[in-house]
Design a protein around this ligand. Structure first.
Ligand SMILES: [Zn+2]
Length: 78
């Protein structure tokens, strides 16, 4: 039923499978890191004109409410 295979062919198959899995893991971690970096990079800084609290909100936006006093503020422009 089973045919004997050469040891070197068997080891080559094992090494090939391990290399394939490592390459897939590297691609997955690279993609995940690039998504996380983009998410962290795309933030907007606000300074509350009522209580002077400086806070950050995700994504690009022009207005946000202060988490401390609720005042609507426009983003800081540098
Ligand atoms: Zn405030």
């Amino acid at each position: 039923m089973f045919q004997p295979i050469d040891l070197s062919v068997f080891l080559a198959c094992i090494v090939g499978v391990v290399l394939f899995v490592l390459l897939c893991l590297q691609a997955w971690y690279d993609r995940r890191d690039s998504i996380l970096v983009d998410h962290r990079r795309l933030t907007t800084v606000f300074s509350c004109r009522q209580c002077a609290l400086v806070f950050v909100r995700p994504r690009r936006r022009e207005e946000a409410s202060c988490p401390q006093c609720g005042t609507s503020n426009t983003r800081l422009k540098f």
